[in-house]
Design a protein around this ligand. Structure first.
Ligand code: UDX
Length: 483
């Protein structure tokens, strides 16, 4: 059986390593951070991902999965090496590929047998070709090293499921051997029905970034509609439901609200713009700048509305209780988190901000030490003048609005994720506000649409007795006659 190394053990790598062990392989995970490797070796996952701690600890205890810091050891151990290192934003939003290059430089010169290196990290199109050239320079004499690109589509919060049941497998390959090896690695999900797309490496690279750019586009599209809904008294949630019934469109990723964040969508959109511009095709992706701008406007809107509620001007005063810090529920990831961004901006404007998140307090405090973090939702809302619901944790749907009314000082709640049920909040006396969603009690004060001015010519007036009977009139007449 093939032996596998996974280089880089962040969200992607740690989950992939545990997933490969679950599929039956012997796996070595390598990270250049000794503390992270030590924690994983002890079966501890240093981030929040449902189901991963159990899976990982089980395979570490069973001996099929281990972690270390040595790429030399990985070079000797494995037949297939997965590159799962980060490609964070660099200059002008372009991806910084330095971790990929240093992984290859640490690994390839030490290879002792023919092997396959598989890129999983998200990269700008054309990266694999450049890495192939670098591998050729670094490979020891007589050792054949293949490179393939196999992008990862896992969602944080569902990473274990997505790894074991991929909704598609993309293999960017240049040799039949590489395809054969990847089919061995993924034999179980392939047998279970995961579709496989075999292609070249540029297509594989581009599939990943375009998938994320498309998801971002869907979200910003519905958020642009939410802006229109707010102006016209229309309801974006019903609009999204109706669009979603068309299965060419689909309801997923039409959740309007505070917009997207995290370690992937924002950076991948900007990296695609940067790469396309580099290729002289900036115009082709010009619309993605609007996608990004619409997304950032959502945060701005919540900040502005909150500041206006607190007196506006240069001296807003009051307390804001924030529900949520993670970029999405079921995750403790705060990278480019819309929730934390709003909290930080309010604090910078002079507002007292207290945040509660069911999982992300530690990472949030590390990047935003200026904020106050509470241990419970009620504590975060203590004497709050305004309450902001910024990350749609399920827990927040189960809060007791009547109790929270006795805790908070003010009564305005902004549901920036459109996922709370307004009824119990309204019943408890909250001034419930949403984003593009029409809330019952506010419907009366919703803006009225300016009537559309038609440019159609008026139809000629036909004297009543001369008007030809309509088909319906004729049908009625026939029905009456036959009755
Ligand atoms: C994303 C892709 O979904 C995944 O395939 C890829 O491998 C990595 O990037 P992830 O970053 O885990 O995954 O988050 P995702 O579930 O896509 O959500 C991204 C952001 O969009 C979150 O901030 C979420 O709150 C927001 N979102 C999502 C919306 O605002 N509205 C929606 O309808 C859906």
């Amino acid at each position: 059986m093939l032996r596998i190394s996974v280089i880089g053990t962040g969200y992607l790598g740690a989950t992939h390593a545990a997933g490969m062990a679950e599929l039956g392989f012997e796996v070595l995970g390598v990270d250049n951070n000794p503390a992270k490797a030590a924690a994983l070796s002890a079966g501890q996952v240093p981030f929040h991902e449902p189901g991963l701690p159990e899976l990982l600890a089980g395979h570490v205890a069973g001996g099929r999965l281990r972690f270390g810091t040595s790429l030399v050891e990985a070079a000797e151990f494995a037949d297939v090496h997965f590159l799962c290192v980060g490609t964070p934003p660099g200059v002008n939003g372009a991806a910084d590929l330095s971790q990929l290059y240093s992984a290859l430089e640490g690994l390839v010169p030490h290879l002792t047998r023919n092997c396959l290196i598989v890129g999983k990290s998200t990269v700008p199109v054309g990266t694999a070709e450049a890495l192939t050239a670098r591998i050729a320079e670094l490979a020891p004499e007589g050792i054949s090293v293949d490179l393939a690109w196999n992008p990862e589509f896992l969602r944080e919060g569902h990473a274990v499921y997505d790894t074991l049941h991929p909704n598609r497998l993309v293999f960017g390959v240049t040799t039949p051997d590489a395809e054969w090896a990847l089919r061995q690695v993924y034999a179980t999900p392939i047998a279970a029905g995961s579709p496989v797309v075999i292609t070249n490496m540029p297509t594989a690279e581009l599939i990943k970034v375009s998938a994320n750019a498309f998801l971002a586009t869907k979200i910003s599209f519905i958020n642009a509609m939410a802006e229109l809904c707010d102006l016209t008294g229309a309801d974006v949630t019903l609009l999204a439901d109706a669009l979603g019934h068309d299965d060419r469109i689909g309801r997923k990723f039409l959740g309007a609200g505070l917009g997207y964040g995290g370690g992937c969508l924002p950076k991948d959109v900007r990296a695609l713009i940067a790469r396309a511009t580099e290729l002289g095709a900036g115009e082709s992706v010009e619309f993605l700048r609007d996608i990004d701008a619409i997304n950032l406007r959502r945060r701005e809107r919540v900040v502005e509305e909150t500041l206006a509620l607190l007196g506006g001007g240069h001296r807003p005063s009051g307390r804001v209780g924030v529900l949520g810090a993670a970029f999405k529920p079921l995750s403790d990831d705060v990278r480019d988190s819309p929730a934390l961004d709003v909290a930080r901006r309010l604090h910078a404007a002079g507002v007292d901000v207290t945040v509660f998140d069911p999982a992300a307090t530690v990472p949030a405090r590390a990047v935003a030490p200026q904020l106050v973090f509470a241990a419970t939702a009620a504590a975060a809302l203590h004497e709050a003048d305004v309450v902001l619901h910024l990350t749609e944790w399920r827990e927040f749907r189960e809060l007791d609005p009547a109790f929270l009314r006795t805790v908070a000082r003010g009564r305005v709640l902004i549901d920036a994720r459109n996922t709370l049920d307004p009824e119990p909040w309204l019943a408890a006396g909250w001034d419930f506000r949403a984003m593009g969603r029409l809330v019952e009690s506010r419907a009366a004060s919703a803006p009225r649409v300016a009537p559309v001015v038609t440019a159609y010519p008026k139809p000629p007036v036909v004297p009543r007795q001369l008007a030809a009977p309509s088909p319906l009139t004729r049908l009625r007449a026939r029905v009456r006659r036959t009755a």
